[in-house]
Design a protein around this ligand. Structure first.
Ligand code: BES
Ligand code: MN
Ligand code: MN
Length: 466
């Protein structure tokens, strides 16, 4: 057994300090998608670079256009494995702001949680890596492994910069033996999980153009095609209301069947449909025929409207036949769907079902590949053991419905195991008002990462011993 006790004691002593630093990190509104916050994203990148330096990493900023990548490394263990830690310092927008109990960028302690935008996604989770490394370096002056850390500032808005960098680098500066990401959640409190599959994404925008100006809906209504009605027709033809199947021709062509062990494992996961419905406040669930809710949210593809706009949105009634309408539509993809191919088929389908009398414009906003990762090997074993030691239960292996676009690229380009060791909890409200992170999970995440460092170090000892 690896003994991490020295570092664990230091972590206990320093916890208040770590929490204080996390609060400071959470005060920076690093919303990557909105150019109004560019200066804050920049400030946040400086903040995290300074914390990396304090922890003992040598840092560098990588500019690929867009928001900066912040890189740090400690390479003092030649001949030993290298772990590449990945995370993101950008956060989602805060709207609807009125549903927050307080300013999203004034982190507030509520019981054992901290409530703030970015608390779990991904500032709180990824900060555990840095604190574990810092504590170990402070305690021992050295690590049992080499570490590299790459934090991006636009994961929530497409992640183009990191994609360019990782592809061009092709495993030179980023050469590593495994990648560790904490940007997902555990299956339940006390029940850790390691995510071995993520969905990909094709994000589209449709614009439907009708008459050259808003018209009086009495004088013109009836003869002129209403672009918002046209949009509703298009959207209605994306999915079969009875079977829940997506109607885009060829959409399922590359979808890989589940392995039988995967279906069995999913069927064994505890899932209480009534509690699930109650927690999110809906009277019934939907989904593709022949699959269970847990399958719907993790291993089957989706097509969902994310936003729809145009026409009169103000108070009261305005009798107007709008000139145009728009919608944002995302498709979650599963192995082996390709975002570019799906975007193409989506566009063809939308054009073919659009009624005459309007002009349709389809834009591919961004996309990312789905990923399916290795589920065994010594690094996976080290991760499982570190989590089991921390939470007292063997981690489950699960596939997640969310997307972390760069994960697929890491696994293709670096060709090493990617370990998704999420420290969040299922009710963390990521992307929603009152996002939170449990401070107990924060502390345990730091402890778990410290154990991981020692366990990966022990892989090297075992292989050199014999
Ligand atoms: N951390 C999430 C992804 C995630 C969520 C993984 C839940 C596992 C469980 C990430 O920050 C995220 O929100 N990704 C976006 C990516 C998109 C903008 C391409 C997503 O999934 O919507
Ligand atoms: Mn995230
Ligand atoms: Mn996110």
């Amino acid at each position: 057994m690896s003994d991490t006790q020295d570092v664990l004691s230091r972590i206990d002593q320093q916890l208040d300090q770590y929490t204080e630093e996390l609060f400071e990190y959470l005060r920076i509104p690093s919303i990557s998608t909105d150019p109004a916050y560019d200066a804050e994203v920049e400030r946040c990148s400086r903040f995290i670079e300074e914390r990396m330096q304090e922890a003992g990493l040598i840092t560098r900023r990588i500019d690929e256009g867009g928001h900066p990548l912040v890189y740090g490394e400690w390479m003092g263990a030649p001949g030993r494995p290298t772990i590449l830690f990945y995370g993101h310092y950008d956060v989602q927008p805060v709207d609807p702001i009125e549903l927050w109990r307080h300013d999203p960028f004034e982190p507030t302690r509520e019981g054992e949680n901290v409530v703030a935008r970015g608390a779990t996604d991904d500032k709180g989770q990824s900060y555990t890596h840095l604190k574990a490394i810092g504590a170990m370096l402070a305690e021992r002056g050295a690590l049992p492994v080499n570490v590299k850390m790459l934090l991006e500032g636009e994961e929530e808005s497409g992640g183009e910069a990191i994609e360019k960098y990782v592809t061009r680098d092709a495993g030179r500066e980023l050469a590593a033996d495994c990648v560790v990401v904490s940007d997902s959640s555990m299956f339940a409190p006390g029940q850790p999980s390691i995510v071995y599959g993520l969905r990909g994404m094709a994000y589209m925008e449709i614009k439907v153009q009708g008459p050259n100006r808003d018209l009086h809906s009495g004088s013109f209504g009836g003869a002129v095609v209403n672009p918002l009605n046209a949009m509703a027709e298009i959207i209605a033809k994306l999915k079969d209301p009875v079977s829940g199947r997506i109607l885009i021709p060829g959409f399922y062509d590359e979808v890989r069947d589940l392995e039988s062990w995967e279906r069995q494992e999913i069927a064994q996961l505890p899932f209480d449909e009534a509690a699930y419905r109650a927690e999110i406040g809906v009277p019934a669930l939907a989904g593709e025929e022949g699959y269970s809710p847990l399958e719907h949210v993790s291993v089957r593809p989706t097509c969902d409207v994310n936003g729809i706009f145009g026409g009169y949105q103000g108070q009261g009634a305005k009798t107007v036949l709008p000139s145009w309408g728009g919608a944002k539509i995302s498709m979650r993809l599963v192995p082996d769907q390709d975002p570019k191919v799906i975007a193409q088929r989506f566009e063809e389908h939308v054009r073919s079902v659009a009624p005459a009398g309007v002009t349709v414009e389809v834009t591919d906003l961004h996309g990312g590949p789905p990923s399916l990762l290795v589920t065994d090997g010594p690094f996976m074993e080290a991760a499982m053991a570190a989590m089991e030691e921390t939470w007292g239960a063997r981690p489950l292996r699960v596939r997640e419905g969310g997307s972390i676009p760069i994960v697929g690229t890491f696994s293709q380009v670096l060709d090493v195991p990617v370990l998704l060791m999420g420290y969040g909890l299922p009710d963390d409200r990521l992307h929603s008002p009152n996002e939170k992170f449990s401070l107990e999970q924060f502390a345990d995440g730091i402890r778990c990462t410290a154990r991981l460092l020692d366990r990966v170090g022990a892989i090297a000892d075992e292989s050199s011993d014999g």
